[in-house]
Design a protein around this ligand. Sequence first.
Ligand SMILES: [Zn+2]
Length: 352
Amino acid sequence: MLFKTGIVKDERYLRHETAVFHPESPKRLESIYKMLDDSEMNEKFLFIEPTHATHEDIGRVHKQSYIEFVAKTAGKEHSYLDPDTETSPESYDAAKLAAGGLCNAIDSVVKGETGNAFAFVRPPGHHAEADRAAGFCIFNNIAIGALHAIKKYKMERILIVDWDLHHGNGTQHSFYEDPRVLYFSTHQYPFYPGSGSVNEIGRGEGLGYTINVPLRIGPGDAEFLKIFRTILEPVAADYKPDLVLLSAGFDIYYNDPLGGMTVTPPGFAKLMRVLLDIADECCDGKLVVTLEGGYDLTGLTQSTKEVLKEMRGDTHVSKADLDNIEGNADNYIDEIIKTVITQIKPLWQVFR
Ligand SMILES: [Zn+2]
């Protein structure tokens, strides 16, 4: 393998335009793409050419009537899909390319062309529901990606981690009764979109395969690390995913205009190392990341850079740093961890 890490990057993602002061602007990817060209990052990644998601891929998650509704916005100057989510003439094209780009990244990793990959796409996806757009999201890229992997590669277990500031309601709902996908989310709560309480743990065959860690304002590097190490890591070791997917929202960055979390760029690298270790242990390192939120351009660029360096192995968070979870984290996080574990304990042997 020539390149450890693949990236999806395409100018067409910039053509999904939003109103002048909308936080989810093309400037987000522009600043990341510029960072990818700097001397430290240049020529270090395999560029994965994105293709449009097929109708079949999108249709596994979204209703036909909704796909047609979005398709009708193509070429139109301006439409609103929901109060927060608008389209420009090329938004439908970008949305198909966002879901497709993530599927291409998954293909690249599963086929062994790259060890892991990051899809720098927009619009983001995790709020999009089967029949509607929501919260800047048009198609649910990560849900489409997970079902693509299940269908194409006969995968049986996929772990989706979602560290975005907001709860990924669309992703949760896509797999709420489906044990083939374990959805793990940390998010500010109560907050947009309203879902993601600790007692939402799946239903029917999917019972126990949704894990929500709702957080009040404040958590930073130490608190997130402790949550990942004490809840996610044991569950993942037990679940043994065939593939790890990440909804990477950088709106938990300490200076993000939308949120109240306090994660720093080195903190993101630590969380990434936990996920890389899980992937190494369970599925030969197969980890694919998709961009969700993150609205402070400096924070977004610095944090994605630290994450990419960790994915490539340019940096490697030490075991001592990962193990140092006692003492650093604020005590109130222990209460939340205890509450989550109490909820899922009957369903996960590892906590009994
Ligand atoms: Zn978000």
